[in-house]
Design a protein around this ligand. Structure first.
Ligand SMILES: O=C(O)CCC(=O)C(=O)O
Ligand SMILES: [Fe+2]
Length: 250
């Protein structure tokens, strides 16, 4: 689909940082439509689209639904039961105040919807296409061969945004796969050390793939704004959807 929209300059695959690759127009129209209709089904209750409340009590402007495991702000660590940021004695993954749970602990309490095998295959294909024959070295061997088993589906209505953060609640170094549908947005890809600059702003459009792994796996990133009204009319989506696929390592 690159350059198919009468663009003066076709958008090219680019490596934004080592191990962070943007592939414009990776999803063709049929695939994009399929993914959108799957998102619509996942968004329905039980365990459907919900508003996320952050540790300080503020609500995220993005609404979310999870597959495989549910990502939530929890009152205490589900592994050790303590409400402390650091606990070296925790027997499990201690990501407090964030955790992956099996039920919607911050919503209707229902079991999280399963992660379908076809989505895992899509993630593997995305990684292979983004990196080609020489994928970046991962921080560790953990989770390298494990299957993709978690999806976070984020819905951005006009005005929604996502602050700079790291995706660090997984116990796997496998790359995060991000797929975008609907409105285009500014995607801010930073560095692994600090939340502020340096960062690179790129535009993610409907159908674009972004993969970040290897030395960029824990880079800060966020969505400072979307561009309402820019979704391709034939898709039939008002707003923006982003689907990240991850290996939990749990
Ligand atoms: O919406 C996006 O492009 C990014 C989403 C994201 O960073 C996340 O779900 O952790
Ligand atoms: Fe993220």
């Amino acid at each position: 689909m690159n350059g198919a929209n009468g663009e003066l300059f076709p958008r090219e695959r680019s490596e934004v940082a080592p191990g962070a690759v943007h592939v414009p127009g990776w999803l063709d129209e049929a695939r994009a439509r399929e993914l959108l209709s799957a998102c619509r089904a996942w968004a329905k209750p039980p365990a459907g689209l919900r508003t996320v409340r952050l540790p300080g009590g503020a609500e995220m402007s993005v609404r979310q639904v999870c597959l495989g495991r549910h990502w939530a702000v929890v009152p205490r660590c589900p592994s050790c039961g303590r409400a402390v940021r650091e606990n070296p004695d925790c027997p499990g993954p201690h990501g407090y105040p964030y955790a992956y749970t099996r039920t919607v602990v911050d919503g209707d309490g229902a079991p999280v919807k399963p992660f379908p095998a076809w989505l895992g295959a899509l993630a593997r294909q995305a990684v292979a296409d983004a990196y080609g024959p020489t994928p970046p070295r991962q921080r560790s061997g953990i989770g390298e061969t494990a299957d993709y088993d978690i999806a976070l589906v984020n819905f951005y209505a006009a005005g929604a945004r996502m602050g700079m953060h790291q995706d660090h609640d997984e116990r796997s170094a496998a790359p995060v796969v991000s797929l975008s549908l609907g409105d285009s947005c500014v995607f801010r890809f930073g560095n692994t050390r600090t939340r502020p600059r340096p960062w690179t702003d790129i535009e993610l459009r409907s159908g674009d793939l972004f993969v970040f792994g290897g030395p960029s796996r824990l880079a800060f990133h966020g969505v400072p704004r979307t561009h309402p009204g820019t979704a391709p009319p034939e898709l039939g989506l008002t707003g923006r959807l982003n689907i990240t696929l991850r290996v939990s390592g749990l």
